[in-house]
Design a protein around this ligand. Structure first.
Ligand code: CMC
Length: 450
C-alpha cells in the first residue's frame, strides 16, 4: 500500500488477512497497528473491501493504477462475469435482450431498471421521436469543421455545445430536468452523428423523420439524398438495432467512468457525455472497431495471417491483434458470439455471403484461438472484432464506427449519470496518487542553473 507522505519510497504497510467472511484485518507490520476492514457483498460477484477509512486509520492510500482491483462505485445497472462470459443488463442476460428486445426498450430498461409496460414504452418512444431535431444554430456548427475532420471530434464538440442551448432544463438536482436531458440526448445523438457524417461527405443534411423508428430514422439521415428516394432496408435497420443493443452498456468501462468522474463535479450532463465520447475514441476502447477494419485491410489475405500474428507476438513490437482481449472477459465476450452469428445472417441477407473481410476475420480468429500466445493470456475476440464487418456491409464508413458505438453507449452513459446524480451520497471523484517526484527544494535563479 502507498504511504502518502514524502517518505513513501518504502512499503511499510502490510497485509490483509481474512477474519471472517466479510471482515479483513489490515496490519501495519512495523508498528503492529491493526484495523478491521468491512467487506460489502453485492447481489452477485466478488465482495468489495471498503478501504475509504484506511487513510484516517493508517495514513496510507491504496495503489491500483488501471483500477485492476478497484470498484469505483456501487451500481445496479449492468453486471459482467468475465470468467464465465456473462453480461446482464438490469439482471437480464444479453442473449435474451438481443433476441427479444429492441434498442429503445433496452435504453428504457437501463434508465429505469425495469422493462416498460407497453403504455410506458409508447410514451418513451414518442418522447424520443419528438426530440430528434437539432437547433438550427447547432447544426451550423458543422460548417466550422474541415471536411476531413474525424466525426468523433465533431460529435464530442457538438454534444458539449448542446449545453449552450438548454439552460431551461439543466438543473442537475431536478429529477424532471434530468429526465428531459436523458430524452434529449438519446434522441439527438443520432442526428448529431448523421450531421457529422453528411458534413464529411459534403452532402446536405437530412432532417429526422418522426414516422420512422430509431434505427430506420438513423439510416435515413445517413443515406438519404435529395436527388432520389431512399427506402430503408429493414434488414439493415434490424442489424443496426442489434449492434446498438450489444454496445448499450458495459458497467464501469473507461468512457462510463469518465462520464461519472466528470459528472461528479456537478458539471452539466452534456459536458459529461462529451467527455465520455472523447474517452471512447481511443483504440483500446471504442476506437478498436475502426482499428480492426484497418488491421484486416492491412493483412489483406489469409496467407498473410501467420506473418501478422508473428508481429503481434513479437515482444519488442507494439502491434496488437485489435478486437481481441478484454480487461474483464477472460473467456468469450458474449457480445462477440452474438455479433459473429449476426454477421452470417446479415451478410447472406444483404447478398454478401463471400464478404472477404468476414472470411479473413473468421480465419484470423480460428488461428489465434489455437495459438499458445493467445491461449496463455486468455485473449478472445471482443465485441469489436466483428462489428466493423457489419457496419461496412451496411455502407457505414470506417471513421464512423466509433460514432456508432457512441450512439449506443449514450444509453449506458446516461443511465450511469442518472444513477450517480440521483444518489444523495454522491461525492466528487478525487483519486489520490503515489508521489515519486522531488521532495521540497528551493527555487534556483536562472544564472545559477547548471
Ligand atoms: N493483442 C496481443 N496481445 C494482447 C492483446 C491483443 N489484442 N491484448 C492483450 N495482450 C497481451 C498483452 O501484451 C499482455 O501480454 P504480456 O502479459 O506478455 O505483457 C497481456 O495480453 C495482458 O494485456 P494487458 O494490456 O495488460 O490487458 P488489459 O486488460 O490492460 O487490456 C485491452 C485490455 C482491451 C486494452 C487489450 O486487450 C487490448 O489492447 N486489446 C486490443 C484493443 C481492443 O480490441 N479493444 C476493445 C476492447 S472491447 C470494446 C470496449 O469495451 O471498448
Amino acid at each position: 500500500m502507498a504511504n502518502p507522505g514524502l517518505s513513501g519510497r518504502e512499503c511499510r504497510y502490510g497485509v490483509c488477512t481474512t477474519m471472517s467472511s466479510n471482515k479483513y484485518e489490515l496490519v501495519n507490520t512495523t508498528t503492529g497497528k491493526k484495523s478491521v476492514l468491512e467487506a460489502r457483498s453485492g447481489t452477485v460477484g466478488p465482495d468489495c473491501i471498503s478501504v475509504a477509512g484506511i487513510n484516517k486509520d493508517h495514513g496510507v492510500f491504496t495503489f491500483d493504477p488501471g483500477f485492476m482491483a478497484t470498484a469505483a462505485c456501487e451500481s445496479r445497472i449492468t453486471y459482467i462475469d468475465g470468467d464465465n462470459g456473462v453480461l446482464l443488463y438490469r439482471g437480464y442476460p444479453i442473449e435474451q435482450i438481443a433476441a427479444k428486445s429492441n434498442f429503445l426498450e433496452t435504453a428504457y430498461l437501463l434508465l429505469h431498471g425495469e422493462l416498460p409496460a407497453s403504455s410506458q414504452f409508447e410514451q418513451f418512444d414518442r418522447s424520443i421521436r419528438y426530440h430528434t431535431m437539432l437547433n438550427e444554430s447547432l447544426l451550423r456548427f458543422f460548417n466550422g469543421f474541415h471536411y476531413n475532420a474525424h466525426p468523433m471530434a465533431m460529435v464530442s464538440a457538438v454534444v458539449s455545445s448542446m449545453a449552450a442551448f438548454y439552460h431551461d432544463s439543466m438543473d442537475n438536482n431536478n429529477p424532471r430536468h434530468r429526465e428531459i436531458f436523458a430524452h434529449r440526448i438519446l434522441a439527438k445523438i443520432p442526428t448529431v452523428s448523421a450531421a457529422a457524417f453528411k458534413h464529411m461527405l459534403g452532402q446536405p443534411f437530412v432532417y429526422p423523420r418522426n414516422d420512422l423508428d430509431y434505427c430506420a430514422n438513423m439510416l435515413n439521415m445517413f443515406f438519404a439524398v435529395p436527388a432520389e428516394d431512399y427506402v430503408v432496408d429493414p434488414v439493415a435497420a434490424q442489424a443496426l438495432d442489434l449492434l446498438l443493443i450489444l454496445h448499450a452498456d458495459h458497467e464501469q468501462n473507461a468512457s462510463t467512468s469518465t462520464v461519472r468522474l466528470a459528472g461528479s463535479t456537478g458539471t452539466n450532463p452534456y459536458a459529461a457525455i462529451s467527455a465520455g465520447v472523447s474517452a471512447l475514441w481511443g483504440p483500446a476502447h471504442g476506437g478498436a472497431n475502426e482499428a480492426v477494419l484497418q488491421m484486416l485491410e492491412d493483412i489483406g489475405t489469409v496467407d498473410n495471417i501467420e506473418k501478422f500474428l508473428a508481429r503481434v507476438k513479437d515482444k519488442d513490437g507494439s502491434t496488437r491483434l485489435m478486437g481481441f482481449g478484454h480487461r474483464v472477459y477472460k473467456n468469450f465476450d458474449p457480445r462477440a458470439k452474438i455479433i459473429r452469428e449476426m454477421c452470417h445472417k446479415v451478410l447472406s441477407r444483404l447478398g454478401q455471403n463471400d464478404n472477404p473481410l468476414f472470411e479473413l476475420a473468421l480465419r484470423l480468429e480460428e488461428i489465434a484461438l489455437k495459438d499458445e500466445y493467445f491461449i496463455a493470456r486468455k485473449l478472445y475476440p471482443n465485441v469489436d472484432f466483428y462489428s466493423g464487418v457489419i457496419y461496412s456491409a451496411l455502407g457505414i464508413p470506417r471513421s464512423m464506427f466509433t460514432v456508432m458505438f457512441a450512439i449506443a453507449r449514450t444509453a449506458g452513459w446516461v443511465a450511469h449519470w442518472q444513477e450517480m446524480i440521483g444518489d444523495p451520497a454522491m461525492k466528487i471523484g478525487r483519486p489520490r496518487q503515489l508521489y515519486t517526484g522531488p521532495t521540497q527544494r528551493d527555487y534556483v535563479d536562472v544564472d545559477k542553473r547548471g
